[in-house]
Design a protein around this ligand. Structure first.
Ligand code: IVH
Length: 703
């Protein structure tokens, strides 16, 4: 999760002037739009749910008082965020997917009932007839499933509520989802539900991500969203997704007369409906259910963030209809964020690959919402000052859907006792002792030790071996750290000389002849590398994979690139001007490259690498045998990862897609190729097995 300053204002809303209200609505609205974009499109929330809800509520309250300021694109008039992942097809919902209003206490829930009573003009004695279905609010990702004559024909994400993203092939990989329904089913219907990942599966998935040196997911919801919005359905298949269904969109004929009967019907059709749902008749019963589930919450295998209450009678739902972005007949009674208090034992400073000093709170272990927590991030030194967090304080922790919790504040009881001195953020790197500088206007303090700093060396080595870089199987974080601590590797080129240390490795714990042989083969196989991966692997600050690709494409060869970069050190040189004029390379990136090439130890590290590696030229690859061809990979390949195979194909000029169509030129079939290979054979598309694929691309000779 990102940490941004949230636009909180403590002025009483009733005291706001029109100008202040306008100003605040605009600030909050911008922030909420940013939050929506980050949450829905990037699966990387800017803030926690509780803060988001509070801001949304304040925004709405201001709008109620100043209706003349309500804008068409106000957060109160829209849901979610425009689906922007252009790679996934857009899909329009037949009936918009709306959101729910929130309540936070019994009084507000009673208001919700009162509003319904007034709208329907119910006499007090008729209130008896009103009942609600109370269902856990699953913290996942909503999905719209379209069934035609009982067959699942489309699945799409919510997107902006009107248009979502087509994730049909991905959703079809979810085991719990019926693809063909039996019985008396409307000809056309939209069934809606929540895709989620259980807490246990989430922890397992993150462990796998960590071992493969891939980015960790912040919480189960992000993991579910990231897994579902994959271009390659095979990746989705490998992720442990589950689904609960809970509502309908368009239906060509009515399904049931009450929501309760609707849920029962869904169950008989083979859908998973959350088993904890219950009928309640009034606010007192709702409150009791709230208490009950709040206690059970941490023991549930999936995250819930409240309870949704829906008027049970469908004819009343129809009469009540919608207001703005939410139904009048339903509301979500949110749980408070899961909090706990524990002692902060120590503030530890970690040093990352680019030298950033990040403070981490080491905590006395504590259970927060079912997850044992021992650490919490403190983001940066300003955050420590703002919260005045000190060692030995008791601190309030909050896990708002996130496994890595936030420190909300120091527990007030701590403030009355003798406290340690305010935390002094180090001005020197705790690992190498070099100066740690914080440039004017930046929030991050950085070690200036570069590759003389052990922490940076180790992190860079980890990065060097990671998936998008050299992608060396068996050289995950753990192994790199082990070899680094045993002094076997210090700079990247040492990795390619590990065969000289076999004896020593075999003497360390966990290594046997076979595992070592596999590792050395994996390393040997990576001695030929594309220029973009090579550049990315160096771990230069601000050079991500996309920038590395731009540089590789522009400079085309390692020799040319290094020659140009060395010359670009001269301010005003042609080479420096050329570098600054490449599209996608801003001045900050150019400065980082020049700084990197200005360090002698970096030049030496590059030289040492270049002597053991074959770094491919870009042009030779683009004239490849696959120019203009459309490829589909299916099943598992045994000699290369999917990402490597895709990379090679693209460098040889091919386009890789995820589904087989008449336009496909080749399907490359690994083990368990399944339906795609079958389909290809049916429509006469050439299928290559792994051996034929390797012959076609001349692997490993060229790679
Ligand atoms: S009913 C017309 N029921 O919460 C509204 N939503 O804040 C239909 N959610 O977009 C939604 N569990 O993604 C409903 N049992 C449940 C739910 C649920 C989770 C999500 C859903 C919705 C959001 C609303």
């Amino acid at each position: 999760m990102n940490s941004f300053q949230t636009p909180f204002n403590s002025l009483l809303i009733s005291n706001l002037t029109l100008t202040q209200a306008k100003e605040e609505l605009s600030v909050i609205s911008d922030y909420l739009h940013q939050c929506d974009h980050a949450y829905y499109n990037q699966d990387d929330p800017l803030t926690d749910d509780a803060t988001y809800d509070l801001l949304r509520r304040r925004h709405k309250e201001i709008e109620v008082l100043f209706p003349e300021l309500v804008k068409k694109n106000s957060p109160s008039q829209t849901v979610g965020s425009q689906a922007n992942n252009s790679a996934l097809k857009k899909s329009k919902h037949k009936v918009p997917m709306l959101s729910l209003d929130n309540v936070f206490n019994a009084e507000e829930f009673q208001d919700f009932i009162n509003r319904i009573q007034r709208y329907l003009d119910l006499k007090t004695e008729d209130l008896e007839k009103l009942s609600f279905v109370a269902e856990p609010k699953i913290d996942g990702l909503s999905i719209n499933l379209t069934y035609e004559k009982g067959e699942l024909v489309k699945a799409s994400t919510r997107g902006d509520g009107t248009v979502g993203e087509d994730v049909t092939s991905n959703v079809k990989t979810i085991a719990a989802l019926p693809l063909q329904l039996m019985g008396n089913i409307p000809d056309l219907m939209e069934i809606r539900g929540e895709v989620y990942i259980s807490k246990e599966d989430f922890i397992r998935l993150n462990k796998e991500q960590e071992q493969a040196s891939k980015r960790l997911f912040a919480n189960p919801r992000n993991a579910a969203a990231g897994s579902l919005r994959q271009l390659d359905a095979e990746i989705t298949r490998s992720r442990p997704l589950s689904l609960f269904v809970y509502s309908q969109g368009y239906v060509s004929s009515p399904i049931a007369d009450t929501h309760d009967h609707f849920l029962k019907k869904l169950q008989t059709w083979g859908f998973q409906v959350n088993p904890l749902y219950k009928i309640v008749k009034n606010a007192a019963e709702a409150e009791a259910f709230q208490q009950d589930l709040m206690i059970k919450r941490s023991g549930l295998s999936y995250d819930i963030d409240g309870i949704v209450y829906k008027v049970n009678a469908i004819h009343l739902q129809e009469r009540l209809g919608f207001i703005g972005r939410s139904p009048r007949w339903a509301t979500a009674w949110k749980f408070p964020a899961e909090q706990a208090i524990t002692r902060l034992k120590k503030i530890d400073i970690q040093v990352g690959r680019t030298g950033a000093l990040t403070p981490v709170a080491l905590l006395e272990p504590i259970n927060v919402g079912g997850v044992i927590v021992t650490r919490a991030t403190l983001h940066n030194e300003d955050e420590i000052i703002r919260k005045d967090v000190r060692e030995n304080d008791r601190v309030i922790l909050q896990r708002a859907g996130d496994v890595i919790p936030q420190i909300v504040s120091v527990d007030p009881s701590s403030l009355e006792q003798n406290r340690s001195d305010p935390f002094q953020f180090p001005t020197h790197c705790p690992v190498c002792g070099a100066n740690a500088e914080k440039p004017e206007g930046e929030v991050v303090r950085r070690c200036t030790g570069g590759l003389t700093c052990n922490a940076q060396i180790e992190e860079r080595l980890i990065h060097f071996c990671s998936k998008d870089a050299f992608d060396i199987e068996g050289m995950g974080q753990k192994t790199v750290t082990e070899f680094f601590n045993e002094d076997l590797i210090h700079q990247p080129a040492d990795i390619f000389h590990l065969q000289n240390h076999q004896e020593k490795i075999l003497h360390s714990e966990g290594w046997a002849a076979l595992s070592l042989k596999n590792l050395l083969t994996a390393i040997e196989n990576k001695k030929t590398i594309s220029l973009d991966r090579f550049i990315y692997a160096l771990g230069i600050r601000r050079i991500g994979i996309a920038t590395a690709k731009i540089l590789a494409k522009h400079y085309t060869s390692y020799e040319n690139w290094t020659k140009e970069m060395l010359a670009a050190r001269q301010i005003g040189s042609d080479e420096r001007l050329t570098l600054g004029s490449i599209e996608g390379i801003g001045p900050a990136i150019a400065d980082e490259l020049v700084a990197f090439f200005s360090e002698e130890h970096n030049q030496k590290a590059l030289h040492d690498l270049a002597t053991v590696l074959t770094i491919q030229h870009v042009e030779t690859l683009q004239e490849g045998v696959l120019l203009g061809k459309i490829l589909v990979f299916t099943g598992t390949l045994s000699t290369m990862t999917r990402s490597e195979a895709k990379d090679i194909a693209e460098r040889l000029g091919a386009k890789v897609t995820s589904s087989v169509s008449a336009k496909t030129d080749y399907v490359i079939e690994g083990v368990d190729g399944g339906s795609k290979a079958r389909k290809a054979k049916e429509i006469g598309i050439k299928c290559l097995d792994e051996k034929e694929w390797r012959e076609l691309i001349k692997y490993p000779k060229n790679y």
